[in-house]
Write a protein that binds this ligand. Structure first.
Ligand code: NAD
Length: 323
């Protein structure tokens, strides 16, 4: 997975996953162009990369065309948490659809390979567990989540049509829940919520009895999967699920966070929301066979690193900053 001297564009490069990807691409010898409009990303996420001679940043909104010379594109630009993507749903659909058209057009013109950061949300409220790539999903086209789910589904359609019609070399990754340092503290996801609650001494909120399960992939594992997918032969397009199939109950996750933070926070229960799935888990057989990939970082180790990050942020911003 050497990227020596390759010019690699990362859209959404100042975000949570994108900033880790930029870092790893630089380590692999690539020239990295990070393009971001800083809607949910931040300068802090990439500040440590700025002195690197092979790193460049451009403030740009991918819903507008971009003219650069490039060898490979990782298309990550899109707000990823419900709080952020429902803030301006029309803009969310635009970033997925216009963003895909603009980046695919760029790939077509330059002959670059292009990887799309798609999502497990394309499976919607799945009727099949765990979800293999062959499952077409069960998505509501008109609900408040549809701007994200359907936007990402349309982006996948565009990727495959540019591949069939214009021979663009595409790779589609369907990413499941990912966590790690540089997650946004206020994006409402369970891992960051629990950590922020524990560090600020507030009760950790469990919905229902907390017996519902989720699976979480540490960001370094995910980035490794994305880079492996990008390095596959031209005939490999995906979609490929990338996620951690190991399941944890929310109650166990909350207890683990309390233990690892050394917090005195208690667990509190709220009613289960109507659309809360009991279980969500990826089938990663394809990633195992095509990419020789599976997650390697245990939840306890990933949580420790994530907690250390939030602790540093807490010290930098003061506890108020995390509330
Ligand atoms: P993030 O919000 O931290 O990163 C998204 C980045 O895209 C941000 O830096 C944001 O400023 C940028 N962006 C948003 N709109 C833009 C625009 N119009 N032009 C340019 N930049 C724009 O989210 P993340 O968790 O790092 O997610 C990255 C990608 O991975 C997203 O496409 C997301 O849908 C996908 N994904 C993430 C997860 C997860 O668990 N984090 C799961 C599935 C899929």
């Amino acid at each position: 997975m050497k990227h020596l001297r390759q010019r690699v564009l990362v859209t959404g490069g100042a975000g949570f996953i994108g900033s880790h990807l930029c870092e790893r691409l630089l380590d692999a010898g690539a020239n990295v162009l990070c393009v971001d409009n800083f809607f949910t990303g931040s300068h802090d996420n990439i500040a440590h990369l700025l002195p690197h001679p092979q790193f460049e940043v451009m403030r740009h909104d991918v819903t507008f065309p971009l003219h650069v010379e490039i060898d490979a594109i990782y298309n990550l630009a899109c707000p990823a948490s419900p709080i952020h993507y429902q803030h301006d749903p029309v803009a969310t659909t635009k970033v997925s659809v216009y963003g895909a058209i603009n980046m695919l057009g760029l790939a077509k013109r330059t002959g670059a390979r292009i990887l799309q950061a798609s999502t497990s949300e394309v499976y919607g409220d799945p009727a099949v567990h765990p979800q293999p790539e062959a499952y077409w999903g069960n998505v509501n086209p008109i609900g408040p989540r549809s701007c994200y789910d359907e936007g990402k589904r349309c982006a996948e359609t565009l990727f495959f049509d540019y591949h069939r019609q214009h021979k663009v070399a595409i790779k589609v990754a369907r990413i499941f829940n990912t966590y790690g340092p540089r997650m946004h503290p206020h994006d409402g996801r369970v891992v960051s919520n629990f950590i922020v609650q524990a560090l600020s001494g507030k009760p950790l909120t469990l919905y229902g009895d907390g017996a519902q399960t989720r699976s979480f992939c540490y960001v370094d594992d995910l980035v490794d999967g994305l880079m492996r997918l990008m390095a596959t032969p031209g005939d490999v397009t995906g979609p490929v699920n990338l996620g951690n199939p190991e399941e944890f109950t929310m109650r166990d996750l909350a207890r683990l966070v309390v233990e690892l933070t050394g917090s005195r926070s208690e667990l509190t229960h709220l009613p289960l929301p109507e659309d809360d799935p009991r279980q969500r888990r990826p089938d990663i057989a394809m990633a195992r066979s095509l990419l020789n990939w599976s997650p390697t970082i245990r939840l306890v180790d990933g949580l420790e690193r994530t907690i250390a990050y939030f602790r540093r942020q807490t010290n930098a911003w003061g506890l108020q900053g995390l509330r």
